[in-house]
Design a binder for this molecule. Structure first.
Ligand code: PMV
Length: 358
């Protein structure tokens, strides 16, 4: 079992220059992470589907520099310098320096882009931090070729977590668990682990993301997680996440889609209930979010087609369904849900299997 100390790089050599490129996907949690302790340790375990199409693609150019007393990097977003992203990267480097002490030896050019429209309300921090962490691990592997594949991916997830918690679930695997859970072998608060006992009913599971509100997030996730400190229902919620993870583990293995729907929708509404009952309190759903939820329930009751929804910390709706009912559900979305999306926009995605080297 890897511990925090195992992630401190101690022996490595030096290179003059190198270039790497990785893409990493976004992910959608089924059992939600909401609330954290010091150092990005989650207050409860979570599990997510890795997505396939919503990705960040990041190229990292590395050049050795003469002095090594500060971090040095240029940041390009969609080919243009992006100064307002720099503080986030600077903070990320500061957090991971202990584990990657070679970072100050190099100047970096970070060239990044997303496959999904920016300001779509889809968080790019998970895919963005995961893609950057993969590139940094490629650098580490170049200066220390002895590291194993297993260590490479675990440390990439560990580093991504320090950038943005849920990013640690965007590295490897179709379904990923992050956080200690008694029933998941090898699970850790430090990094995500692949959950592989998946029934074929969940193969190529679909996620159509309905863009209800593309505006800036009303509450940053940092502020949101903080609101779980001193929250009146926090302890019960954290215990419930453990229970729901036990249940969903069994459901994913047995292929029981009806039970899957119950846990997933309850988790989405619980996440929002936590925000509505914090101090200060927030409502992140919009009227159209509720319209969509009601339409999904009506359609499901009327047709018995197993389609359900989940939400992240915003108004957009993720519509989840088996590949076998794709045609019916896309028709339903076209006929009944598109009208609730901003400019009629939605994104078709499905389960994918993690970061890729380009
Ligand atoms: O990774 P963060 O700090 O942006 O938190 C993500 C929180 C949720 O998306 C709401 C839930 C989750 O588990 O992804």
């Amino acid at each position: 079992m890897l511990t925090e100390k195992d992630f401190i790089a101690t022996s490595y050599n030096s290179i003059e220059s190198a270039s790497f490129e990785w893409s990493a996907p976004s992910n959608i949690a089924l059992v939600k992470y909401w609330g954290k302790k010091e150092n990005q340790i989650p207050a409860n375990p979570s599990i997510s589907f890795t997505l396939n199409n919503c990705k960040t693609i990041t190229k990292l150019d590395v050049v050795k520099k003469l002095e090594n007393n500060s971090f040095s990097f240029d940041l390009l977003f969609e080919g243009k310098p992006k100064e307002d992203f720099k503080p986030k990267i600077q903070k990320f480097f500061e957090r991971i320096e202990k584990y990657c002490p070679f970072l100050k030896d190099y100047h970096f050019k970070i060239d990044t882009q997303n496959t999904f429209p920016h300001s779509s309300g889809i968080a790019s921090s998970a895919s963005g931090m995961a893609a950057l962490a993969m590139n940094i691990m490629s650098l580490e592997k170049t200066i220390n070729p002895a590291i194993s594949d297993d260590y490479f991916y675990s440390k990439a997830s560990f580093l991504a977590r320090l950038g943005s918690g849920s990013a640690c679930r965007s590295i490897k695997g179709e379904v990923v668990v992050w956080g200690n859970h008694v029933q998941i072998n090898g699970s850790s608060d430090l990094f995500g682990v692949e959950f592989s006992e998946i029934h074929s009913n969940f193969k190529n599971y679909q996620d159509t993301i309905l863009l209800v509100d593309k505006g800036e997030k009303q509450v940053s996730s940092t502020v949101g997680h903080d609101l779980m400190h001193n929250h009146p229902y926090a302890e019960r919620r954290f215990a419930q996440a453990h229970e729901n993870l036990s249940q969903i583990k069994a459901i994913l293995s047995s292929g029981n889609v009806a039970e899957f729907i119950k846990i997933v929708e309850s988790e989405a509404l619980t996440l929002h209930a936590m925000m509505m009952t914090s101090m200060p309190y927030f409502i992140l759903m919009k009227p159209n979010t509720l319209e969509i939820i009601n339409k999904i329930w009506k359609f499901r009751n009327g047709t018995q087609i197993p389609v359900c929804f989940t939400l992240d910390a915003g108004a957009n709706v993720h519509v989840l369904y088996p590949e076998s009912v794709k045609e019916n559900v896309l028709q339903f979305i076209q006929d009944e849900l598109v009208g609730y999306c901003q400019n009629g926009q939605y994104i078709c995605d499905e389960i994918g299997n993690g970061a890729k080297s380009n």
